[in-house]
Design a protein around this ligand. Sequence first.
Ligand code: S3P
Length: 425
Amino acid sequence: MSLIRLEPPGDKSITHRALVLAALAEGRSELTHALTSLDARSMARALRALGVAVSPLRAGATVAVTGRGLSGLADPRRALHCGNSGTTARLLLGVLAAHPFAVRLTGDASLRRRPMRRVTVPLAAMGARFEELRGDGLPLVVRGGTLRPLDYQMPVASAQVKGALLLAGLAGRVPVGVSEPAPSRDHTERMLAALGVPLVNRPGRAALSPVERLPAFTLRIPGDPSSAAFLMAAALIAGGRGVLLENVGINPTRAGVLAVLQRMGARLEIVPKGTALGEPVGDVIVRPSDLKACRVEAAEVPAVIDEIPVLAVLASRARGTSVFEEVGELRVKESNRLELLARNLRAVGVGAEAQGDSLWVEGSDRPPRGRVETAWDHRLAMAFAVLGAVPGARVRLSEKDSVAVSYPGFFEDLRAVVSRGKTAG
Ligand code: S3P
């Protein structure tokens, strides 16, 4: 039987970085297949407030960005609202650390609760100043200026922190080295290297040497493997015919979900197709499969950090008990994903437990039934929508609108994948 063919939306992490790098470049950059979701729009809006010309983010449109040079952003003279987007807030803190004016950053209720000291502490060591208005989180005021070089050992593996520090070095024209306990996604490093910035990028270590200017660029943004993961999961367990996902980012520091799915026994093929600004891209074919339980260990967690919700849902349909170790970072995502995953899985009849920093999920073939509280977290909504598409399931989501944060067309694509099943209501 023929496969359903879909192209997932543009990668969220790469769209954020492409917008920021284009803003710091000299001249006009052009992005195609950029993500147009609420999070990407938060970044575009903030950059416009900083004086950067960014054309509207509309599905199918080329996004044109006129860069202002490495430290040429303008004083916005008002607060920057980062919406739900942690990546917008943290990457911009890095860039603003090198600009000689004060900016107040804020966000929605979820973002205001998320920790920012992980970024502001090392940026303060470089010479930037911060005023917290409500403890460790937003709103806060950043006052940038001339920066000192930094060599920093990050206590947690975080691509947002690493990216912010590299961007501070780039915009402030000072060397920055960052080591991390496990390799996090290396999009910033790959893109900067592809644009000619001298950079060391090896697992667990990134180091940037300063440059005087960054060239404008064109980029077709790869499909988002995190968004694609929901479609892969639906193809595996929700009774469709299988999918061919085109032009998906397959960077191993990001798309660890592919390796975990293969260990779980997924019938999955990866067809590499080339690279875009240093980012590997390929087609991914997924067919309905019987899954076995998985164990995800600490070193692998950063490469699957956004896919734990959907992997936990898949684990609930697999043979045996799965364990996700050292996933405490899930507590400080768009919601407390660790607690909510365990609680929502139990709410639909699955055995699940968050113990310390680990998550345990028991597989079962009983149809999941019950109500799920998404806490307005897009990835929880999409993960449980996939579970709700399993034959016989009756899963009610507290809301569905949050999917617009990263994947506005999600429900339509889910329906296409499970066209012989049903979707959550
Ligand atoms: C991101 C990094 C990850 C991820 C987030 C996007 C990025 O966060 O959870 O959705 O674009 O750098 P951390 O690196 O802070 O874990």
